[in-house]
Write a protein that binds this ligand. Sequence first.
Ligand code: PLP
Length: 444
Amino acid sequence: MTMETLPSTAQSAALFARARAVTPGGVNSPVRAFRSVGGSPRFIREAHGAYLTDVDGNRLLDYIGSWGPMILGHDHPAVREAVAAALTRGTSFGAPSEGEVRLAETVTRLTGVDRVRFVNSGTEATMSALRLARGFTDRKFIVKFRGNYHGHADGLLVEAGSGLLTNAEGALGRSAPSSAGVPEDYARLTLVSEYNDPAALDALLAERGHEIAAVIFEPVVGNAGVLVPTPEFLAALHRVREHGALLIADEVMTGFRLSLRGATGLLGLTPDLTCWGKIIGGGLPVGAYGGRADVMDFVSPQGPVYQAGTLSGNPLAMAAGLATLEVLEGDPGLYTRLEAYTARLAEGLKAAAQDAGVPLSVNRVGSMLTAFFQDAPDGSVRTYTDAARSDTAAFATWFQGMLGQGIYWAPSQFESIFISAAHTDTELDATLDAARTAYAHLGG
Ligand code: PLP
């Protein structure tokens, strides 16, 4: 790559300068600022299929998919038409509407939960599910796993993953809480255990199990990079209920991404409560939590645990979510195709890295993948501590090499990428060509 071939990013840079004057760090969500990879973020003008177009007119092959929701690709006709039709009927009613019932019926039918409540983000979903678990069990403490991210509710910003692993203050490895502004008094109600360490979870439960309202976990982690649970860890999760605690699966990222029954369906886990977001809103703001009827009926107005929202069940979001789930359900081969693409991408990345002498360890499940810049055998990065051994400087250089060639990878070593139904062999070939160049650049 030479300077002559680098795309112009002048318009993005100008917008970023304006944004920084009026918004903290110039962005509305930290990872978008590119702090861990350097450089300035692209401002996006529009997106169709597998591609984004930035404000300078550069076409970018998108592996972020809005951080998960865009499993059908951007601007899918079924979603666009459903939202356009809903738009003609009004944008918010503050009263129940049929779309909420239809999406709830679809989610309960596909996932097997009894009841679901819609909110506006994944953060709201996990926050509400924890309040519900505390209300139901009349206990205070919760357990989460190091490097798992469940949104930015106070009690969950403790040893958290995603942007917290690479933020400007270098939170990597810092002990709880992971954010300023979360009082220790509050964080102490969150007990942290190591993901994929069944003995640690068993020990914690043996000591404190009687005080624990819930154990919340990512069934397949995306927010420390992709981490896959071991069978032994899954068995330990199943034992949580022996202590009277609820098991809460955070499927905000994995729900409808890894299968129509999410990661828990693939793994044979039956949580008491499940949280969703991302895909169930088809690219519009949404979240949801659901589960067993006896637990969910503790939610107001049926029960004593309060939770509400001005825009909850928003008709546009319901329409986009329903259209997305209908397309997913109507295309039984889709998850197999997504996985096949991801498997070939993994093989290609690995081969290209090997040729260039760059150590790489790939974790992947379904259409989620992280290529860690370290020499551990594939699949052996199992914990946040393992992931943190990656060479983040090498990743950043490779990331910039990819971006310079029009491939928009997740701008952090500790994130998953997301493949969409719009990614075809053409995109795969272009990605692997670019990857070879970027690895060679790095090796050389
Ligand atoms: N839970 C998980 C597993 C997530 O990946 C995220 C976001 O990435 C959240 C919760 C929070 O969702 P939101 O960003 O919609 O608040």
